[in-house]
Design a protein around this ligand. Structure first.
Ligand SMILES: *Cc1c(COP(=O)(O)O)cnc(C)c1O
Ligand code: SF4
Length: 328
């Protein structure tokens, strides 16, 4: 069990019934949400629940986390493993697609479950925690693969681990002479910022640089608590990057993207990637056409500082890796 059922200020909502009791879905929507929950996990932390305006049917926070009956329909172009991690897995929990860097997925639990997640077929509260032996084998793979200069921890969400366990993984990777940098991809600073306490910041303060890529899609996710958590990490010497998924009805306007990227740089986060949606099952309602995405980025040029503009990328099918949108 990931040490994650965190409740610093209330209960994490994990079912259709809990969402209805909290007033986040109307009673008429509960049955469909329960059917979605049989297939895809639900989790709304108290921090995120407080951000949702239940009176706004188009609330951009709710849209990211509240299940919708549309998830039960898989469009013809949608696939279970859109980034094709499977064929690039040399040992359980590792994905090695580029020679110089590889992913480590120590667990598949997240603080929240995003309705557009590209790994939605595998993430969940009780899925994918590597056993001690599996984790040891994955770390041994990194130690025995000198071409890998960067270890990228993802999942699931690595910050769902306790600071002690995460710190031990980072320290072992950092001790390998050929590993130069470490990176963690996480939603915790904006989804459950209370987890970023002094012990967590200390766990990220290693002898080698630990970059942290924060997944955030809307300016309102940068609450005072989230900003405090990010400031704590910045003071621990952790360089902060931002990654965003371009999502219809969440951030697909110049105003929304400008507000988001400005909120990031105010929080010391450099916008790194804007991802085109990966075609995971039941996510079609979030799709934005590439031409519209390219036009949005053009609209940002000259409107925000250059360092507030991320690269717009998409995963190529069959595991071809990331490519700038608009290039073959
Ligand atoms: C996305 C990804 C990375 C990281 O790519 P960057 O462009 O360096 O952020 C590394 N390995 C795999 C398998 C990936 O999918
Ligand atoms: S936090 Fe990331 S891995 Fe977890 S559900 Fe959201 S998109 Fe998927």
């Amino acid at each position: 069990m990931p040490d994650g059922d965190t409740t610093r200020q209330g209960r994490t909502l994990r079912s259709a019934r809990a969402l209805r009791e909290a007033g986040l879905i109307p009673p008429a929507a509960e049955a469909a949400a329960a059917r979605v929950a049989e297939r895809y996990a639900i989790s709304v932390t108290p921090h995120v629940a407080r951000l949702i305006d239940p009176a706004d049917p188009a609330d951009p926070i709710a849209r990211q986390y509240i299940p919708d009956a549309a998830e039960l329909a898989t469009a013809p172009h949608e696939v279970d493993d859109p980034t094709a991690d499977g064929p690039f897995t040399p040992v359980k929990g590792v994905v090695h697609r580029y020679p110089d860097r590889a992913l480590l997925k120590p667990l598949l639990a997240c603080p929240v479950y995003c309705r557009f997640c590209f790994r939605r077929e595998v993430v969940g509260p009780d899925g994918g925690l590597l056993t001690e032996a599996e984790l040891d084998a994955a770390l041994a793979w990194f130690e025995a693969t000198p071409a890998v200069k960067e270890a990228v921890l993802t999942g699931g969400d690595p910050l769902m681990l306790s600071p002690r366990r995460l710190g031990a993984i980072l320290a072992r990777l950092a001790a390998a002479a050929h590993i130069e940098t470490l990176r963690i991809h996480t939603r915790v600073p904006v989804a459950d910022p209370g987890r970023i306490d002094a012990a967590m910041a200390a766990a990220l303060d290693q002898d080698k640089p630990v970059f942290l890529a924060v997944h955030a899609n809307h300016a309102r996710e940068f609450t005072a608590e989230a900003q405090d958590a990010l400031a704590r990490l910045a003071r621990a010497g952790v360089p902060l990057l931002g990654q965003t998924v371009l999502l219809r009805g969440v951030n697909d306007s110049p105003e929304a993207l400008e507000a988001l990227f400005r909120a990031m740089i105010r929080a010391r986060v450099k916008p790194y990637y804007l991802h085109a949606l990966d075609p995971a099952p039941g996510t079609a309602r979030f799709a934005v056409p590439d031409e519209d995405g390219l036009a949005l980025l053009r609209a940002l040029r000259g409107r925000v500082p250059g360092h507030a503009i991320p690269d717009f990328v998409r995963e190529r099918p069959q595991g071809g890796g990331k490519r700038p949108v608009g290039q073959a």
